[in-house]
Write a protein that binds this ligand. Sequence first.
Ligand code: CUA
Length: 167
Amino acid sequence: MHLHKFEKVWLIFGMGSLALFLVILGFAAFWKGTHPQSHIETIDPENVEAHDSFKPENLGLREVADGKYIVNIVASAFNYDFGTDADGKPVKKISVPKGSTVLFQITSKDVVHGFQVAGTNVNMMVEPGHVSRLETEMKNVGEFTVVCNEYCGIAHHQMFATVEVYE
Ligand code: CUA
C-alpha cells in the first residue's frame, strides 16, 4: 500500500499523541498515585449525622492504629467541619507525624465542593449524597493547605483548612 508522505507524518503524529497521552496517564496513576476517589457509598445529604463517620463527636482526626489515622469531615458552604477541640472551638488544622497513613472521609451537606490538600496527592470532589474516601501516606513534612477547588458560591475562596505533617 502506498502512503503519501504527509499521510505518514499525520499518522505518526496521531499515534504519537495517543502514546504520549497514555504515558502521561500512566505516570499520574502509577508514579504520582492519582486515582479517582471512591464514590461507592451513598448517604442522605440532609441527614449526614445519621452516618457513624459523620456524627458530630466522630468528626476530625482519630488515630485508629499505630501510625494510622482517619479524618472525618463534613463540607458545607463555606466550611470544612473537623469537629471541635477541647475548648469547643472549631478545628481548622490537623497534625499527623511523617510517614503516617491517613484515610480522609468526606461528604457534603449542600453543593459540590472540592477537597484538595495542596502539595500531596489528595484531591477529591465532594458531592452531596456520596462519601468520598482517599487513603494516603503523608511522606513529606510541612504545612499543607486544604482548598476547595470546586466553585461553590460567593465565599468559595474562604473554604480552607490546614494539614500539618511533623517529623
Ligand atoms: Cu466549597 Cu468552593
